[in-house]
Design a protein around this ligand. Structure first.
Ligand SMILES: [Zn+2]
Length: 287
């Protein structure tokens, strides 16, 4: 199966979809769809990064792989047209992407980002398969990221550190995580392709895997000033389609929140009314 078509200029980042996906006993088995590869850069419009971050159950992961293929491919997978991956790894990857979107969101908001940072560190280390490496990785984050920030040697679990650190250190770590994680080797350039007697020039990016593509899409969202937002009512992540600030993912969530606000205001009004009535009854002193 040919995945990468060499064109004049930067590589065309063609990626395969899956024709079959089965999830069983913690494993995802997939078959690559022949002749249905898609352009990773153009797929940005379909928001695979937001879809992957919103994956919740087996059905979601299955739909994601059918639509966008596996996150990574080895030469063997590409040659044979199928592969088996661990469901746990995909769940960990989705949780990590969600945590990453959450710290980026938290950077821009004045609210306490502590919970978002703790979840980021937990999801970051969880994204590595369980085992001794995970503990080493925690220590590495403590020594190489956290210690220089707070000016003293810190060891132990970074998520625990985030829960107890000072507000100033938490802010510093937040910024450092977003910067550090996105320093990217992705190349940019042009694709110059013939169209009749002329050439089309298209700005493009070299993306080496779907996972690489999902990271790039988060970068491109910021570039376009349309970053994903966390719904204030439910766990859904969404990208507002207009520059207008949106707080809710769908009309139902907006309704639910509005109803609750209204009920709250109504209760307050009833309380005031009751108090006034009490005054009129002479149970409160009047002037
Ligand atoms: Zn919602």
């Amino acid at each position: 199966m040919q995945l990468r078509k060499h064109v004049h200029g930067i590589t065309a980042d063609m990626w395969p979809r899956c024709s079959e996906v089965e999830i069983e006993n913690g494993r995802i088995g997939y078959k690559l769809a022949k002749g249905r590869a898609y352009d990773l850069v153009k797929a940005y419009a379909d928001e695979p990064h937001v879809r992957f971050a919103n994956c919740n159950d087996d059905a979601d992961f299955r739909a994601f792989l059918l639509g966008f293929g596996p996150l990574h491919l080895t030469e063997v997978n590409a040659a044979h047209g199928f592969g088996v991956v661990s469901l746990r790894d995909y769940q960990a990857g989705s949780r990590f992407l969600r945590a990453l979107i959450r710290i980026m969101d938290a950077c821009k908001k004045p609210q306490d980002p502590r919970a978002a940072l703790a979840e980021f560190f937990a999801a970051l280390t969880n994204n590595l398969s369980p085992g001794p490496w995970q503990e080493d990785f925690k220590l590495d984050i403590s020594l190489s990221v956290i210690s220089p920030l707070c000016g003293s040697v810190t060891t132990g679990d970074p998520a625990e550190w985030a829960r107890r650190a000072t507000a100033a250190d938490v802010r510093k770590a937040l910024a450092s995580c977003v910067e550090g994680w996105f320093r990217s080797p992705n190349r940019w350039g042009f694709r110059v392709q013939p169209r009749g007697r002329v050439f089309d020039i298209e700005p493009s990016f070299e993306l080496n895997s779907l996972w690489d593509g999902l990271r790039w899409m988060l970068f491109y969202d910021e570039w376009n000033q349309r970053p994903p937002v966390l719904c204030q009512e439910c766990p859904t992540i969404f990208r507002p389609q207009t520059a207008h600030k949106k707080k809710f993912c769908c009309p139902e969530c907006a309704h639910r929140a509005a109803n609750r606000d209204w009920r709250r205001k109504d209760l307050r009004k009833q309380k005031v009314n009751r108090k006034r009535k009490g005054d009129n009854d002479g149970t409160h002193e009047t002037r």
